[in-house]
Design a protein around this ligand. Sequence first.
Ligand SMILES: Cc1ncc(COP(=O)(O)O)c(C=O)c1O
Length: 364
Amino acid sequence: MGHVKLFIPGPIEVSEKTLAAFAKPVIGHRSQAFKDLYARVQPRLQQLFYTKQPVLLSTSSAWGVMEAAIRNLVNKKVLCCGNGAFSDKWLDVALRSGKEAESIRSEWGSPIRGSAIEEKLATGEFDAVTLIHNETSTGTQSPLSEISSIKKKFPDVMFIVDAVSSLSGQKIPMDELGFDVLLCGVQKAFAMPPGLALFSVSEAGFARAATVKGRGYYFDFLEFKKNAEGNMTPSTPAINHIYALESKLEEIFQEGLDARFARHQKLADMTRAWATNHGFTLFPDEGYESITLTCVNNGARPEKGGRVIDVEKFVKLVKAEGFLINGGYGKIKGTTFRVSNMGDETPETMTELFSAMDKAIAKL
Ligand SMILES: Cc1ncc(COP(=O)(O)O)c(C=O)c1O
């Protein structure tokens, strides 16, 4: 079998152009050439994060920065908001990092609500909150502007926001929202190979880090800040990844941010229409569906009704057509399935996938 094109919600399909951008001679990470490369990607990253703060480059997967945010910003106790596999896991990561932590949970498929966060923060016990904007396991988005209004009521509480599978697919204006850490991994909507995480930290976040003991070295936010001032990273980064990032940013800004966000919305609408036209319902609560991936209900939420198929067989049949979709994650494996529309996809490439899904469904 030839190449199977990835429509799983990360890592996603990487273009030949992006892969080719890696193939440049390696340069020293303390050289002027590296500092120039770092400086070239900075303004565009800041535009993409809608921030005046530096955007920092971590040679790690997203979890590196997610754990780092806990280690750098929590003195007292962290509130971990969970509504799916990745956000639920953050509580465990906080506890393993030796921090006091507590969780609030929404049902999988339901968003995190500002009111639930506000109620907890009113106790005065917490100095940080973690949440995931786009819970990839359930294809559910939480309302960032609502959550931002709570941040504004509790300015001293650090809001740590994972936008791993949404950033660059939709607008997330970090400074306007007032969040303290915004982070993502490039293997999702950036359509790059895994291995690099991007994040930004507010002034208040850096000030908090300065008061926290045990930040370690590799993920110390203050080391990142100090090195960023000289257009460098604290340790040897994935240099060729940054060449590829430069190439990807060129493409993103050639398309234009608004056009890129509109394209993702259109492709999500097409995917949702494919699902409903085939008798399925969507897994998330209505109005909270992800814009970068679609999680289709296949019996996980019986109250929503809709068609139920043999997902494992369906995924295999779609694969035989040359496309990989995902058969559900964690406790909703098999009772949902997920289709990504993030990255470089277009109405034409999504239509090719839908034809393959049509063929597969006809064979069930
Ligand atoms: C929303 C979200 N957060 C965090 C992660 C973990 O990312 P990584 O595997 O890059 O550490 C994922 C991975 O799928 C994710 O979807």
